[in-house]
Design a protein around this ligand. Structure first.
Ligand code: ZN
Length: 290
């Protein structure tokens, strides 16, 4: 099942994608909620109802605006240096433990929305990544039970402001990784399709040029190990998002380093999950709020 969040007529709600056609779930079944987090909080019964709701399609993809499947997650947790070749290109040792940082939930944007280049950076970069979404409140989940609490999988670009990320000692992951619009997510949350998250080819293209092309079987810490590690320390809640790290091929590691500029289009594709594509634009002046 491909679950989406979409906006039509100024109302954001959830749908089930059938090819390019959308079943508006709360229209098909008025007992279903309009937000993905509420659906996940409804447990297996709600997911079953979403999967089995029969209705003629309400919209075509072209009629709506696709949002991040989780428009405002409680947490966004991220893993750094989680592919060997990326650790090497970054000049860092292979980690013995997962390297964890957070992205603020205000950095979320839709799968096809523009990504802002702030005036304060000269080194805006992309990181194509596999993401997963928590489906059940959980703590201290052993790795072999992780599939029971993961709702599904989706695609992320962990957009990075390198000159802010890497200045100072130690580096400032929070300030470099959390600018507004720097967490495009989507296009759908893919639930229960028997997909193996650790056998998916991940490709990132900038203006059609392939920059990253790696299989998720090369992850140092896989999704289940990441979940076990994170949930040792804190409770995870339905809708929390985990982005699992990027493979080799980021712009910063190119010779010479290559920064993203306004007009560039960054596309991240993962087998069975679709793609997200975001154009870089100068950060609009109306983003200043005070
Ligand atoms: Zn990343």
């Amino acid at each position: 099942m491909h679950l989406i969040s979409f906006t039509e007529g100024n109302l954001t709600r959830i749908g089930r994608l059938e090819g390019t056609r959308i079943i508006d779930l709360s229209k098909a079944n008025p007992k279903l909620p309009t937000s993905l987090v509420d659906l996940l909080n409804g447990g297996e019964d709600a997911l079953q109802a979403a999967a089995s709701s029969r209705s003629a399609p309400h919209f075509d993809l072209a009629d709506v605006k696709l949002e991040s499947p989780v428009p405002q997650p409680g947490k966004i947790l991220a893993v750094g240096l989680n592919y060997r070749a990326h650790a090497v290109e970054s000049g860092m040792p292979i980690p013995e433990h997962p390297v964890i940082f957070t992205k603020q939930n205000t950095s979320i944007t839709g799968p096809y929305d523009p990504v802002h280049k702030p005036a304060e950076t000269k080194m805006l970069d992309y990181e194509g990544e596999l993401a997963f979404v928590i489906g059940k409140k959980c703590r201290r989940v052993p790795a072999d039970k992780a599939p029971e609490v993961i709702a599904g999988y989706t695609i992320n670009n962990d957009v990075s402001v390198r000159d802010w990320q890497l200045r100072g000692t130690p580096p400032q992951f929070t300030m470099g990784k959390s600018w507004d619009t720097h967490c495009p997510l989507g296009p759908a949350l893919v639930v229960d399709e028997g997909l193996d998250p650790h056998r998916l080819q991940l490709r990132t293209l900038v203006n059609g040029e392939v920059r990253q092309d790696t299989n998720t079987n090369d992850l140092i810490f896989n999704c289940y190990e990441i979940l076990a590690y994170l949930s040792t320390a804190f409770t995870l809640l339905p809708g929390d998002v985990v982005v699992t790290g990027t493979p080799a091929g980021v712009g910063m590691a190119m010779k010479p380093p290559s920064a993203l500029s306004p007009g560039d289009k960054v596309r991240v594709e993962l087998d069975q999950l679709g793609y997200i594509e975001n154009e870089i634009i100068d950060e609009p002046a109306d983003t200043t709020l005070f």
